[in-house]
Design a binder for this molecule. Structure first.
Ligand code: SF4
Length: 140
């Protein structure tokens, strides 16, 4: 395992992106970052810039308005990059399915590596998704 890969597994940097959800999932993601769930114990660090991130954590469905912006943000993340879809909206469009301005889940715009369903998923489910992603990182 090379040094960069080892560092990425030990400390993936995360970009938090809401593409049009109701904020319920955002609150759960923030709860997962707080000391009770404490995903920082896995080295996860929140980043403001896609250029410094390894992982995009997405909530909400893909709307027509957001699609191009999400693709642009995805393209700014350096390779290898990973995407987690948090919540039913990000997985399948959830309660927004069939709305005139909604295209579907996050995978209608960018490839998704880990799906965490739920409306909203609780912090334990988000931590479980993180563990699945870290396993995937080790295998990549
Ligand atoms: S999955 Fe539920 S809580 Fe999350 S953004 Fe959609 S409606 Fe809101």
């Amino acid at each position: 395992m090379d040094l960069v890969k080892w560092a990425r597994i030990k400390s993936p940097w995360v970009l938090h992106l809401n593409t049009g959800g109701c904020n319920g999932c955002d609150i759960e993601v923030l709860a997962a970052l707080m000391p009770r769930s404490d995903v920082e114990r896995f080295g996860i660090l929140l980043q403001g810039s896609p250029r410094h991130a390894d992982l995009i954590v997405c909530q909400g469905p893909i709307t027509k308005q957001m699609r191009d912006r999400v693709v642009r943000i995805y393209e700014q993340v350096p390779e290898p990059k990973f995407v987690m879809a948090i919540g039913s909206c990000a997985c399948t469009a959830g309660v927004f399915q069939g709305c005139y301005n909604v295209l579907g889940g996050i995978d209608k715009a960018i490839p998704v590596d880990v799906y965490v369903p739920g409306c909203p998923p609780n912090p334990a489910a988000i931590v479980d998704g993180v563990m699945k992603l870290l396993t995937k990182l080790k295998e990549s």
